[in-house]
Design a binder for this molecule. Sequence first.
Ligand code: ADP
Ligand code: MG
Length: 240
Amino acid sequence: MSTCLIALDKVKKVFYTDEVETHALMNISLKINKGEYVSISGPSGCGKSTLLSLLGLLDTSSGGEYQLAGNDVSDIDKKERARIRNKEIGFIFQSFNLISDLDVEENVELPLTYRKDLTKSQRQQMVKDALAKVDMSHRGKHFPAQLSGGQQQRVAVARAIAGNPSIILADEPTGNLDSKNAEAVMQLLDKLHAQGATICMVTHDPRSAKQAKRTVELLDGQIIADHSTEKGTDNGNAAA
Ligand code: ADP
Ligand code: MG
């Protein structure tokens, strides 16, 4: 039996700037089950990052409903959003987003420090485990500038997984990496998925998209295709 982790129902996002209204997302309905590995693809400007920000509770929608792990999170206040985000979501960004004056261990620990349910020694153990998973234990006391791009992204992956989030959201995680480092990060995500992680990754690299088990295609703020890359079946989620 598959457990539904994410359910978006007719979600919209409109940006207002000066006189211009941008309908970045229109009526997005999407379900993601626990344990799935989904890639989101589509041309630049089609709404991929906006969708990921909404999924990750970094931003709020302009309409529609969002259920995360059975809870309606469409209308919660900022504080509650931050609390749920810290516990349930692990984010990986294209530009790594590590803090330059914190060392590797401190970077990985940072999101955990907002968790009131963890003690310092629990946090330290989680940092240790996460760095071991990405093979970066030996770099704990290094600063981001002392690491290659590929190593920085592995640290960012450790930061994302340290708190055992319900879902890992990755926005173009290999976009700033050469092909060798990109491949290493993709293999890492694959391994995490094999260990049970739920992953939703934005990519416009078709090779990366293929590693996911399901691809959702966006165009102009709408889902135009949703198919399983394993069996070639349709998931029935695409807009008609
Ligand atoms: P993608 O990640 O697929 O390249 P985005 O989600 O970043 O696309 O953007 C979707 C659309 O929304 C684009 O037209 C973009 O210009 C617009 N947009 C994104 N973020 C903002 C913002 N903060 N303010 C105004 N417009 C935005
Ligand atoms: Mg983007």
